[in-house]
Write a protein that binds this ligand. Structure first.
Ligand code: PLP
Length: 467
């Protein structure tokens, strides 16, 4: 072929490539459909370069088509969800998957997922059983409620409560509690989708029992109290006590429902959050909270409270659409065992990270910096005081004291370092603060430190993208 010929002619046809022995082997491993799709994309990409006159690129592709195809196939077959190192210091990081499960819960999920189980089978009687006897029995015992039901997430729990008790009726909510959580959970929208009408009570900063009393009527389906998870109203404020609201709801014969959001089981130092037991002790009929926030478990919506009320929710046909699968029940049960045995602070990553003393984080940060320094002469590392956050819409104003590793590169900007760390393997998500890249080891497991160190050393040394 002469040097001036159309470079597109360098490329074989898709049919020709498919006949090659190496490509047939790829087909046996990955399936014909995927091989054809990726091969077409590869050839198409080369044609575009050819049309742009990039002869060298096309020659390179033509010379090792099978190897390039194999690489593309590996990439196409790789899992889309991958583990990420969270060096942000935000413990319940919603975008990074909220709570990480302890190994014993993950092992229980794997056991149940890969076998048949007694999900809805009574082994003693040999006949149909109740799926509600598993995690829900333990949850009930743990929080001391008459009944419990588990659904897909806390949003589903609130939706189910509203639909069960207030379809076609009114839900009373204080104007200070019409919250939005994470962009897609907005109380007014959830009430509407639950078939109820919102009846706003009081004002943004002050709502009294009398305001609820004057809003109550024959159309009232329930009184809803919502935890202001991700903000605080401070200053000239007033809100009725939980027990006053409960008394009012019961006088009117409607249930009092509380959306607690994060679902703290036991008080946690430094976090000003209502516990589930406190809400129940206050007489609330139905308490809802998340499984993957401060509880430290899988995504789930936990509902506890009075037997008749929980029973009504379970009897709602919507429950069938919102209930959880066996893997979630398995994970939740294992998490509740840890809470039950008083091991949460030691064995649940979320609780452990939230309660790690600043001295411990500082010692780890210093050891980490001392270890990286000699391996990465391009970096300047220092230790700074800073704060971690609970995240996930819990304790929005709590600033957990922490120690940060500040990382500066002699040639790369903080943004560039952050991007290269995100694109690395394992991907690392760091924090940018005052124009600097900082790592908060509070949210990095000890077993992840080697991976983090390796990622940092590689990014420091990689000259390809300096600048
Ligand atoms: C987080 C939160 C929700 C949503 O919970 P999910 O489990 O994410 O569905 C609802 N209400 C409050 C008050 C919350 O904090």
């Amino acid at each position: 072929m002469s040097a001036g010929a159309d470079p597109r002619r360098l490329l074989p046809s898709v049919e020709q490539v498919l006949q090659r022995t190496e490509v047939r082997a790829l087909e046996a491993r990955h399936g014909r459909a995927l091989v054809v799709r990726e091969l077409r994309a590869l050839v198409e990409d080369a044609r575009t370069r050819a049309a742009a006159g990039d002869r060298a690129a096309v020659e390179a592709v033509a010379a090792d088509l099978p190897a390039r195809l194999a690489a593309r196939l590996d990439q196409a077959r790789a899992a889309s969800l991958v583990p990420v190192i969270n060096a942000t210091g935000v413990v319940v990081h919603t975008n990074l998957g909220r709570s990480r499960l302890p190994a014993e819960a993950a092992a229980q999920v794997a056991r149940i997922a890969t076998s048949y189980s007694n999900l809805e089978f009574d082994l003693a009687g040999g006949d149909r059983g109740q799926r509600e006897v598993h995690a829900e029995t333990r949850l009930r015992a743990l929080v001391g409620s008459e009944a419990a039901v588990v659904v897909n997430n806390n949003a589903a729990a609130v939706l189910l409560a509203v639909n069960t008790f207030a379809e076609g009726r009114e839900v009373l909510v204080s104007r200070s509690e019409l919250v939005e959580i994470g962009g897609s959970f907005r109380i007014p929208d959830v009430l509407r989708k639950g078939g109820a009408r919102l009846r706003e009570v009081g004002t943004t900063n002050r709502t009294r029992t009398a305001d609820y009393r004057s809003a109550l009527g024959p159309d009232t389906g329930l009184i809803l109290k919502v935890h202001p998870s991700n903000f605080r109203i401070v200053g000239f404020t007033e809100a009725p006590s939980r027990s006053d609201l409960v008394a009012l709801a019961h006088e009117a014969g409607v249930p009092m429902v509380e959306d607690l959001g994060s679902g703290l089981l036991a008080p946690l130092a430094g976090l000003d959050e209502t516990t589930v037991a406190e809400s129940l002790r206050g007489g609330v009929d139905v308490v809802t909270f998340s499984g993957d926030k401060l509880l430290g478990g899988p995504q789930a919506g936990l509902v506890v409270g009075a037997a008749a009320r929980i029973g009504a929710m379970r009897a709602n046909p919507l429950y069938r659409a919102l209930r959880v699968d066996k893997m979630t029940l398995a994970a939740l049960d294992a998490i509740l065992v840890i809470h039950e045995s008083g091991r949460a602070a030691a064995d649940l990553p979320t609780v452990r990270m939230l309660s790690a003393p600043v001295g411990e984080v500082r010692a780890r940060a210093a050891a980490f910096a001392a270890r990286i320094g000699p391996e990465a002469p391009e970096l300047t590392l220092s230790i700074l005081d800073g704060t971690s956050a609970a995240g996930g819409g819990a304790a929005p104003t709590a600033e957990i004291p922490t120690a940060l590793v500040r990382v500066a590169h002699r040639a790369k900007s903080a943004q560039r370092l952050a991007e290269e760390l995100r694109m690395g393997d394992p991907p690392v998500v760091a924090r940018l603060a005052d124009g600097a890249l900082v790592l908060d080891l509070r949210t990095v497991a000890r077993e992840e430190e080697d991976g983090l160190a390796g990622a940092l050393v590689r990014v420091a040394a990689d000259p390809s993208r300096n600048g």
